[in-house]
Design a protein around this ligand. Structure first.
Ligand code: MOS
Length: 730
């Protein structure tokens, strides 16, 4: 089904099931520990052996020699695969570095070998007996040493041919002439996804066909990249990933667990199960790259921005891409004179890539603090400053409207709900015992992406319906919103719908990434249901467009039980949503206002969050309960980014030192105060027939800045280097 004109009224608008705060269908499985995660699928294939990966002990250089003799003789060892016996391997489209090192080593903990043994302990023990002789070469590990790294034309997509500096109007002249201005530089650190479930795969060969039970956000990308890496046809690869214990972008791509399990299984002639040990994940897999961001804002005394510049520096391995931290600055505020650019340094650290809201999450931690700094210089309320600079059109492409944009309503609603009028605009004035107390605000912004997505729906003889799509549920509520969509479309109760996800034999979906999963995959199910409704109507002879409600189909003056349609056998329909140019005609984005109250201990400088509020404008909310869970989780992640999270780089040896959850600090419940989430819930008829948009990443965008601004308002200290830890700054 092509979606290329704004959606008219359709069954989703009835909202008898869609739009209800529905508990997750998979919730009981999750809380009872019975959801079958990849590493726990003991029953899918017999005789599973265990794989353990040995990671490179150097960041850059060559492997001279690998001596596996002792390890091979160790008890229980079935096989060892290294670059010397792996055969020719390719590289996945989505991988920057190869997943098996050799003879070159590209980064620390890049896989060097996999040991397969009868038990996990035997494999782990034998891995320590492999002797690798490395020739270490000098690497580049310090981003700040490469401030003049080359500009990349990546702000409109890497390799898009976009000019390396995006300009609208005349920034330099306007900035020089601006009566009020700020010129400030912020840094954000490398961060790790630290999802609960580690990357894990069980691999089994049946002849030349490979099955992988794995944990992956993007099944079709994964299938293609496994085939590319192993040099086998894609139709010989089947991935199954029905439950994913968090991904945050770290499982968008095939990683070493899948490839090394497949290689180990081939060598051992046995299925192999393999999980990345927690201390291997930050250096073996991807991370959010550190940035240095300079923001210059010039405004008139009325607060209207006349000049906006945002320049970002980040690094990655050769062939990698930048952290697109300037994306939101192109679209968030009006202003005639604008400049954005990104520099990309070559670093020999592990591979940088997407982590939840890549680009906007760190980008807003700079832009939205700069706005706060500007508001103070102007003597203007920070909420008002954002309101006077609102735009209803893309400021770089004049006349191109946003499909919807209610940022002002987010800010006003939030200010009202939060009691913003009680904020003292002078910092360091409000005391509560030993705590200095302050409030901060930031705008949130994240684009809404349209991706084609397909599904298959089968109406069974017993009147139940089954939805199948290779879409994933990474803890986001996909099972539930897809069931809600099918229930609404077929006029069935929610518990009459079974949703099956994550199998690459199912129709190809949008997958889970970039907050595009919910809207697009639900639209794919909608398309399949429209087709199914047509088949049902034809079988029942009910003419065009009958109504489906309460288990009945009504059309042409007749009302028939839906069950009657399947007396002669089940009916299956497969279709997908495909988009025309609606996202080119209209800029599609999501908006938020984040409000935070923070306390700063007057004696120790300790920061404690006291209250958090998010007001979100993200189209129709398909399931307010699931969406709220997404947003409060994202707000928690924003607290981590502002106050705790930081992969520490060893600049001598080129690796992330704090590579486990003992030393990489993330928020716990005790760090998070009362959180409130408000959804404006305006259906956007240009986003899809569901009229929904992404919301999961929006919840993170702007949170860090709101916290930084609250800390400043509390203590009068402006911290521009994240995370805002006491040891460094107070
Ligand atoms: Mo998200 S970082 O695109 O999984």
């Amino acid at each position: 089904m092509k979606f290329d004109t704004p959606a008219g009224t359709n069954p989703i608008d009835n909202k008898t099931v869609v739009g209800r705060p529905t508990s997750r269908i998979d919730g009981p499985l999750k809380v009872s520990g019975t959801a079958p995660y990849a590493y726990e699928r003991h029953d899918v294939v017999p005789h599973q052996a265990y794989g353990v990966i040995l990671g490179a002990a150097i960041a850059k250089g060559r492997i001279n020699r690998i001596d596996s003799a002792e390890a091979l003789r160790a008890p229980g060892v079935l096989a060892i695969v290294t670059h010397e016996n792996a055969g020719k391997l390719g590289k996945g489209k989505m991988n920057t570095a190869k997943l098996l090192a050799g003879p070159e080593v590209d980064h620390y903990h890049q896989a060097v070998a996999v040991v397969v043994a009868e038990t996990f302990e035997q494999a782990r023990d034998a891995a320590t007996m492999i002797r690798v002789d490395y020739a270490r070469t000098k690497g580049r590990f310090d981003l700040m040493e490469q401030k003049d790294a080359p500009l990349v034309g990546g702000s409109s997509g890497e390799g898009s041919g976009a000019p390396p500096i995006d300009r609208t109007g005349k920034f330099e002249e306007a900035f020089a002439a601006a009566p009020v201005k700020v010129d400030v530089t912020y840094t954000t650190p490398d961060e790790s996804h630290m999802m609960m479930e580690p990357h894990a795969t069980i691999a089994a060969w049946e002849g030349d066909s490979l099955r992988l039970w794995t944990s992956n956000q993007m099944i079709a990308w994964g299938k293609g990249d496994v085939a590319r890496t192993l040099g086998i046809p894609a139709d010989k690869v089947r991935l199954d990933s029905p439950y994913v214990g968090g991904g945050f972008g770290g499982k968008l791509f095939v990683r070493a667990d899948a490839i090394m399990a497949a290689l180990g299984a081939k060598a051992a002639g046995r299925p192999v199960k393999l999980a990345l040990a927690r201390p291997m994940i930050p250096n073996n897999t991807t991370h959010r790259p550190a940035t240095m961001q300079r923001v210059r804002l010039g405004a008139g005394q009325d607060g209207k921005l006349t000049a906006i510049a945002h320049e970002s520096l980040s690094g990655d391995l050769p062939g990698g891409g930048p952290e697109t931290a300037v994306s939101q600055t192109k679209l968030l505020y009006a202003g005639a004179n604008r400049l954005t650019s990104m520099r990309l340094a070559v670093l020999d650290l592990p591979e940088g890539n997407a982590m939840r809201a890549p680009g906007e999450a760190p980008g807003l931690m700079a832009l939205e603090v700069a706005m706060d700094e500007l508001a103070e210089k102007l003597g203007m309320d920070p909420v008002e400053l954002r309101i006077v600079n609102d735009t209803q059109v893309d400021p770089e492409k004049s006349g191109r409207a946003f499909s919807q944009r209610h940022l002002i309503e987010c800010l006003r609603t939030g200010a009202d709900r939060f009691g913003w009028n009680r904020r003292n605009s002078k910092p360091g004035q409000v005391r509560d015992g030993r705590w200095l107390v302050g409030m901060g605000v930031a705008a949130g912004f994240r684009n809404n992406l349209l991706m084609k997505s397909a599904a298959r729906v089968r109406l069974e003889r017993d009147g139940r319906a089954t939805v199948e799509t290779d879409m994933t549920d990474i803890g986001t509520g996909t099972y539930t919103i897809l069931a809600q969509t099918a229930a609404e479309m077929l006029g069935l109760p929610l518990d009459a719908i079974t949703v099956r996800l994550g199998d690459s034999d199912f129709p190809v979906s949008a997958g889970s990434g970039g907050q595009w999963g919910g809207n697009n995959s639900a639209a794919g199910v909608y398309a399949a249901c429209v087709k199914l409704r047509g088949l049902v109507a034809a079988r029942l002879g009910l003419g065009d467009n009958p109504e489906f409600a309460g288990g009945k189909v009504t059309g042409g003056g007749r009302s028939v039980q839906l069950l009657d349609a399947v007396k002669a056998g089940p009916i299956t329909a497969e279709d997908g949503i495909e988009y025309g140019d609606l996202d080119k005609t209209y800029q599609q984005s999501t908006f938020a206002a984040h409000f935070v109250e923070a306390g700063v201990d007057a004696w120790t400088g300790e920061v404690r969050l006291r209250r958090m509020l998010a007001v979100c404008d993200a189209g129709r909310i398909l399931n307010p309960k699931a969406a709220r869970s997404q947003v409060i989780g994202a707000m928690t992640m924003g607290a981590g980014a502002a106050l705790m999270e930081h992969l520490a780089v060893d600049k001598r040896f080129g690796f992330f030192v704090n590579h486990d959850l003992a030393e990489y600090e993330v928020p716990v419940h005790a760090d998070i105060p009362h959180q409130e989430v408000v959804f404006l819930d305006y259906p956007d008829d240009k986003s899809s027939p569901l009229k929904a948009k992404g919301v999961g990443e929006l919840g993170l965008c702007g949170v860090g800045a709101a916290i930084a601004n609250a800390v400043y308002n509390a203590a009068g200290i402006r911290v521009r280097d994240y995370p805002m830890t006491l040891d460094l700054h107070l």
